[in-house]
Structures are given as C-alpha cells and as structure tokens.
Write a protein that binds this ligand. Structure first.
Ligand code: IMP
Ligand code: MG
Length: 179
C-alpha cells in the first residue's frame, strides 16, 4: 500500500486517481444532462475544491459561469466549528441557479455558510455538489445534491485536500494511517 508522509503524519492510499477521474467525469456529464438548456453558476469553494472543480467542469457541456469563494474552518485535522470568510462572492447571483462545488462535506458548517450567503443574495436555486461526503459527521441542515464518494469519518488528503496546507497536489486521495 502506497504511503505518504506529511509533516508528522502518515497517510495511506484510499481512492486511486483513475477511480477519482472516472467518477468526477461522470458527475460532470450528469450535471450537463440535468441543467440542459439552462444557465448554471458554479461557485467553487477554495482552496480544497480547485482540483475537483477543474476536472468536473472539463466534462460539463452547457451554459455555465464560474465564481470562487474562500472560507476557513479547519486547523490541523479537526474542524474548529467557526467558519470565517476570506474571499467573498463577486458574481451577481440574483435569480440564478447555483451549484456549489466543494471538496468535502464534513460537519457541514462551511457549506451551510455558503448556502446561506447565496440564498441571502437572492439565488433562485442552490445545489451542493461535493466530491467527498462524511454522512456520519454532518451536523448541518444540508444534504448534498451531488456526491462523488461517501466516506467514513477518517481524515483524508490529496486531490486538493490538505493537512495544514500540505498534500493538495497528489492526484490520488490518502487517509490518515492508524498508528
Ligand atoms: P466542514 O465545515 O466541517 O464541513 O468542513 C469543511 C471543510 O473542512 C472542507 O471544505 C475542507 O476544507 C476541510 N475538511 C473537512 N474534512 C477534511 C478532511 O478529511 N481532510 C482535509 N480537509 C477536510
Ligand atoms: Mg474546502
């Protein structure tokens, strides 16, 4: 089993890059079918969802626009509970159909803030598309509309996800190794 070391922690291979690529392009094609003939605004939650967003949009066929927001809630391998806004929404979302692209839905606190922000700005419809979902950890009122992979509660890195800023560049996903 392939193991990588980031700072003080070891992580083992969990989802292979080919598996991720396959599922992500499938999601892109499904989104294309559902939003056929409509205009979609994709809102990407930085930094983690950057890799996912680029790949999912490569297989999206339709009328879309792209915008980015940035929030922070994690320190190390635990959610701090408090979510702070670092880069705000620039696009005009009034009356629009919005799909949020997120890397992972854990406690759901981050996505709740993004959904509220978009609804307050007058979005007509807000859907959540997340690469990874930890259903057992979700404490929010949000159920994602689109999920790449459901996973259990382990901490994961790679394909955009980080441990204290490290590990985002790996094309596969790794989980924290039990020691
Ligand atoms: P939530 O607000 O608890 O749902 O956490 C969402 C954010 O925390 C995600 O957008 C990630 O940036 C980060 N996060 C949650 N779980 C993990 C993980 O397993 N690995 C890396 N980052 C994570
Ligand atoms: Mg994130």
């Amino acid at each position: 089993m392939e193991v990588i070391q980031l700072i003080d922690k070891a992580f083992e291979k969990y989802l292979d890059k080919s598996q991720i690529q396959y599922r992500v392009s499938e999601l892109g094609m499904q989104l294309s079918r559902v939003f056929e003939g409509e205009q979609v605004l994709f809102v990407v939650v930085l930094n983690g969802a950057a890799f996912f967003a680029v790949d999912v949009l490569k297989s999206f066929r339709g009328d879309s626009e792209l915008s980015f927001v940035k929030f922070a809630s994690y320190a190390g391998t635990r959610s701090t509970g408090a979510v702070s806004e670092l880069i705000g929404l620039e696009a005009d979302v009034k009356g629009r159909k919005v799909v949020i692209l997120e890397d992972i839905l854990d406690t759901g606190r981050t996505i709740e803030v993004v959904v509220d922000l978009l609804k307050n700005e007058g979005a007509e419809q807000v859907q959540v598309c997340t690469l990874l979902y930890k259903p057992s950890q979700n404490e929010s009122s949000i159920t994602p509309d689109w999920v790449g992979f459901e996973i259990s509660k382990e901490f994961v890195v790679g394909y955009g996800l980080d441990y204290n800023g490290k590990g985002r560049h790996y094309p596969s996903i790794y989980k924290l190794k039990e020691t």
